[in-house]
Design a protein around this ligand. Structure first.
Ligand SMILES: C[S@@+](CC[C@H](N)C(=O)[O-])C[C@H]1O[C@@H](n2cnc3c(N)ncnc32)[C@H](O)[C@@H]1O
Length: 291
C-alpha cells in the first residue's frame, strides 16, 4: 500500500519524527477497519469487545494522533474517522501493523457520525485537530466547527467528558473562541500535548516546522446547558463566515503530499534538505503561485 517496509521493530517516521508504536511481526497484526458504520447507534462494547472509555478523533487524517493516544492509553478505545478513504487506509494499516486492537477506523463525516451513530452521553473524549478552514466561498458550508457541530459534540460527551480542539488558522480560532465557551468550560493551552512534544498530528508538525503558531484548547461539556436550550442557542449563533487567509493554503498541499508514506522522513516540510526552522519564528508560508 505504501513504500514503507513493514519490518518488525522498524521505526516509521514522517518529517523525521517517529510515528508512535512499534511494527509487530505479521502474525501479531490485527484488523481494525470498520468497513461500514452500522445503522443506528454504535454499540461500543460490541465494536471493541470490551467496555472502556471511548475517544473519537474527527478528521484524523493519517492517524498520528490516534496512534499516539492508543499506544499511550491501552485502557482506552479509539475511533479515528475521516471523509477521505485514502488517509483512513494508511491509518488503518498503521493500527493493524502495531497490533493496536484498541483502534478502529472508518470513512464518515464528523457531523453524520455524531448525529446518527453516537448515543447521547456515551463518549469520553472527542478530538478534532486542524479542521480545514476551506478557502473558497462555495466551500464555506463545509467548515466543520459550527454551532450545530458543537451542539452534537456537547450532546455526545459523558458528564465530564473532554473536547479537544486545535488549529493553526488564526481566523478560525477567533471564531471558535467566540462559540466554544457557550458549550464547554473552555481552557486554551499553549504547551504541546503530552506524549507529542514535536507535534501530535501531521498538520501540527508541518505548521510548527514552518514557524506557525498552534492554537490549542480543551473543555468539558457545560452541565448547565440542557439539550433543548442548546438547540435554541444554535439558532441564534453565527456561522463560521470568517475570511480565510489564503497564505495558509500552501500548507494544505504540503499536507497532502505523501500523506501516508515515510518518503519525507528526515525532511522539513516543503524543503529538500536542511534543519527545521525554529518554531518561535512567525513567518507565514509563501503565497502559492497562480492563486
Ligand atoms: C487539515 S486535515 C488535518 C488532519 C489531521 N487531523 C492533522 O491534524 O494532521 C483535515 C482533515 O479533516 C478531514 N475532514 C474534512 N471535513 C471533514 C468532515 N466533515 N468530517 C470528518 N473529516 C473531515 C479531511 O479529509 C482531512 O483529512
Amino acid at each position: 500500500m505504501t513504500g514503507f517496509n513493514a519490518t518488525p521493530g522498524a521505526v516509521e517516521r514522517e518529517f523525521g519524527i517517529p510515528i508512535p508504536g512499534a511494527i509487530l511481526p505479521e502474525e501479531q497484526w490485527v484488523r481494525t477497519a470498520l468497513k461500514q458504520v452500522p445503522e443506528g447507534h454504535i454499540d461500543w462494547a460490541a465494536l471493541f469487545g470490551r467496555t472502556a472509555p471511548v475517544v473519537i478523533d474527527i478528521g484524523c487524517g493519517n492517524g498520528r494522533s490516534v496512534l499516539t493516544g492508543a499506544v499511550a492509553h491501552r485502557d482506552r478505545d479509539y475511533l479515528g474517522i475521516d471523509i477521505l478513504p485514502v488517509v483512513i487506509r494508511y491509518a488503518t494499516r498503521r493500527g493493524n501493523q502495531r497490533g493496536l486492537s484498541n483502534t478502529r477506523w472508518a470513512v464518515i463525516g464528523g457531523r453524520e457520525l455524531l448525529a446518527e451513530h453516537v448515543a447521547a452521553g456515551s463518549i469520553s473524549e472527542i478530538h478534532c485537530y486542524h479542521p480545514q478552514p476551506w478557502y473558497r466561498r462555495d466551500q464555506v458550508p463545509l467548515r466543520l466547527i459550527t454551532p450545530e457541530f458543537l451542539r452534537l459534540v456537547h450532546q455526545s460527551l459523558q458528564p465530564g467528558g473532554r473536547f479537544v480542539l486545535q488549529t493553526d488558522h488564526p481566523g478560525y480560532w477567533k471564531y471558535m473562541l467566540r462559540i466554544l465557551p457557550l458549550f464547554f468550560e473552555w481552557t486554551a493551552r499553549t504547551e504541546p500535548w503530552p506524549f507529542a512534544s514535536q507535534g501530535l498530528t501531521r498538520r501540527e508538525i508541518i505548521a510548527r516546522q514552518r514557524g506557525l503558531p498552534i492554537f490549542r484548547g480543551e473543555g468539558t461539556a457545560r452541565l448547565d446547558l440542557d439539550a433543548e436550550a442548546a438547540i435554541r442557542m444554535v439558532e441564534a449563533l453565527p456561522l463560521p463566515l470568517f475570511n480565510a487567509d489564503r497564505r495558509l493554503q500552501a500548507l494544505d498541499q504540503l499536507e497532502k503530499e505523501g500523506t501516508g508514506s515515510n518518503q519525507s522522513a528526515g525532511r522539513r516540510p516543503g524543503s529538500r534538505s536542511g534543519p527545521p526552522r525554529r518554531t518561535d519564528q512567525r513567518k507565514p508560508p509563501k503565497k502559492p503561485k497562480g492563486r
